[in-house]
Design a protein around this ligand. Structure first.
Ligand SMILES: [Zn+2]
Ligand SMILES: [Zn+2]
Length: 154
């Protein structure tokens, strides 16, 4: 049984919601976003496409429901990194922010590194380990998948 949702958006309720949300943005501050839980598919992605897009590897990601993600300031620039993938970034400073796949149209992936409080979410698996570079050593006990994988909401 869910508690009844407050009918009035009192100041206390608004603050409670914003406390639960995940805010983030690019390095220069031109693009800001907000996402509401749940976050799922928390992962380190070792794939070549993420490495190129971020200029770093691995890249940590969280998946949010698309309708629970919004840009709160500025404009998200997007580029097609493969036939079915749109990657979002800041056109002013280049920070890699989001990933959308046509096959998962209701979802959006967000870089954990662009969150204001990135330590609130922790990756639970390694994806695309077949693309992992030899100088990256996985020193944790998290599950590793040679390619992509989806996990239930965390
Ligand atoms: Zn920026
Ligand atoms: Zn990737």
């Amino acid at each position: 049984m869910f508690p009844e949702w407050p009918r009035l958006a009192t100041r206390a309720n608004v603050e409670r919601v914003s406390e639960l949300s995940y805010a983030g943005g690019c390095r220069c501050g031109a693009v800001r976003y907000e996402a509401l839980p749940p976050a799922c598919n928390l992962c380190f992605c070792h794939c070549t496409s993420c490495r190129r897009a971020a200029g770093a590897t691995p890249v940590a990601w969280a998946t949010f429901t698309g309708s629970k993600f919004r840009i709160t300031h500025g404009r998200l620039a997007e580029t097609r990194s493969s036939a079915h993938v749109l990657r979002g970034f800041c056109a002013a400073c280049g920070t890699c922010l989001t990933y959308r796949h046509d096959a998962r149209g209701e979802e959006i992936d967000v870089t954990l590194g662009s969150l204001d409080e990135p330590a609130r979410l922790t990756p639970v698996m390694h994806l695309w380990v077949e693309d992992k570079l030899p100088w990256v050593t996985i020193a944790d006990e998290l599950p590793q998948f040679s390619r992509g994988h989806s996990a239930p909401a965390a």
